[in-house]
Design a binder for this molecule. Structure first.
Ligand code: COS
Length: 404
């Protein structure tokens, strides 16, 4: 039996990128999207998902060799622009996610995992890791969450002790993307003992190279859309003093600043998945016959497609605004990034669910594109701050702004 037509096999290149004809972007962003989209058609076709570690390593390598990972680090260390360019990150993630979720993951983690070094690393740490991240020679990871401190970062228990010559880390980190395959981890741990065990002031950030004695992978974690993920254990894990990122106690703010940049890019990945779902839904609607017509002839289908496109555009405007605000207006973009992540991930879930419904039985068949998208999107409503956290951040920010 010949495979069902997919949006990929029927895509014409130009309308695919028409959504970037907006004032938020410069021509260089549009060119980037166009070039990456063309590259992805061949480079990502037929990716073998059987061994995710190998697939991920391979993706980092080819993304690096093709120059796309240069958008994950600043220019002074092999990057594409002076500072991390939020719109470039958004364009890359949206485009990659539309083609292949694991490629988006591999790209995103190079940025998030090295983000604290880009923002606060010493010249030596930057020179050691960032060019290698941009080339795809080193794999990065961001180790913030703990078994009992996911949304509530200030409740972290992982300890950092200064023994005079080294920082000594003890504790656990979990749900760490690239855990087990990363070459280094940006790890957050507390150097204080706050009353009640909760506080933000003593949190520090460190670079811990893989292979450092005392750092072990305690467990590999399987998820519904598999990617390398692990729980890490630190036992008397000693890193040199100069592996500290920024000042003692600046780790919480550094984590939040990193997330402020990358949350808008999570929104972009959700957009990429949603756009792919709409592409697939359009192919299905035009091709599938029922009740003596095509699905597309039915008003119910037309209304569904209308809802999907409208939700995507609304999410896109929030996402692009957040990235533009950071690049062009500067300052803190916590609120707009949170709004973008909240709306784009929640609405992408709905868009993909509608696409799956239009596919009927084929939609739940393992291996179909919409089935994959259905699994891919779910974690985005949780990682880098669950939807509930984004709502809380927006609400708090509103209240703070309204306080005389
Ligand atoms: N940028 C810079 N500084 C920030 C900041 C940001 N985005 N957000 C908070 N801060 C600062 C605050 O201004 C405050 O500074 P002062 O102590 O100088 O006043 C300090 O950090 C503490 O902030 P706050 O009181 O808001 O801390 P909370 O513990 O209440 O924060 C939330 C709670 C839920 C907002 C935080 O823990 C969070 O974002 N959690 C989600 C974490 C996440 O995304 N996890 C996923 C892991 S990566 S997959």
């Amino acid at each position: 039996m010949s495979p069902a037509p997919t949006a990929e096999s029927q895509a014409s290149p130009l309308p695919r990128l028409a959504h970037l004809a907006l004032p938020f972007f410069d021509d260089r962003h549009r060119s980037l999207a166009h070039d990456l989209d063309r590259w992805a058609v061949d480079a990502l076709a037929g990716l073998d998902h059987h061994d995710n570690d190998a697939a991920c390593r391979g993706l980092v390598r080819i993304l690096g060799a093709a120059g796309w990972l240069r958008h994950c680090v600043p220019a002074a260390w092999g990057g594409a622009s002076e500072q991390l360019d939020s719109r470039a990150l958004v364009v890359c993630r949206e485009t990659l996610a539309r083609h292949e979720g694991l490629a988006d993951f591999a790209f995103a983690m190079q940025g998030l995992g090295s983000g604290p070094i880009s923002l606060a690393g010493s010249p030596a740490l930057r020179a050691r890791w960032l060019p290698a991240v941009a080339r795809g020679d080193s794999i990065a990871a961001f180790a913030l969450s703990e078994p009992d401190a996911g949304s509530d970062v200030a409740a972290m228990a992982c300890r950092a002790r200064d023994d005079g010559s080294h920082w000594v880390l003890d504790g656990e980190k979990t749900w760490i993307s690239n855990g087990g395959i990363a070459d280094f981890y940006c790890v957050f741990a507390r150097a204080d003992e706050p009353e009640g065990g909760r506080g933000t002031r003593g949190i520090c950030a460190f670079v811990v190279p893989a292979g450092t004695p005392g750092l072990t992978v305690a467990e590999r974690i399987e998820t519904i859309a598999p990617h390398p993920l692990a729980r890490l254990r630190f036992t008397d894990c000693r890193v040199p003093q100069d592996h500290l990122l920024g000042e003692v106690g600046s780790g919480f703010k550094l984590a939040m600043q990193t997330l402020d940049i990358f949350r808008a890019s999570v929104a972009a990945a959700a957009l990429g998945f949603a756009r792919r779902a709409l592409d697939e839904a359009l192919v299905q609607a035009r091709g599938r016959r029922m009740l003596g017509a095509t699905l597309a002839d039915l008003q119910l289908t037309q209304a569904t497609l209308g809802d999907m496109a409208t939700d995507i555009d609304a999410a896109a405007l929030l996402t692009y605004r957040a990235a533009w605000q950071r690049d062009v207006l500067g300052g803190r973009t916590t609120r707009s990034a949170a709004m973008a992540k909240l709306v784009a991930t929640e609405s992408a879930q709905q868009v993909i669910d509608r696409a799956l419904q239009l596919h009927g039985g084929r939609g739940v068949q393992v291996g179909s594109m919409v089935e994959r998208l259905y699994r891919e999107i779910r974690a985005l409503r949780i990682y880098e701050g669950a939807s509930e956290v984004q709502r809380l951040i927006v609400g708090r920010d509103l209240l703070a702004a309204a306080t005389p």
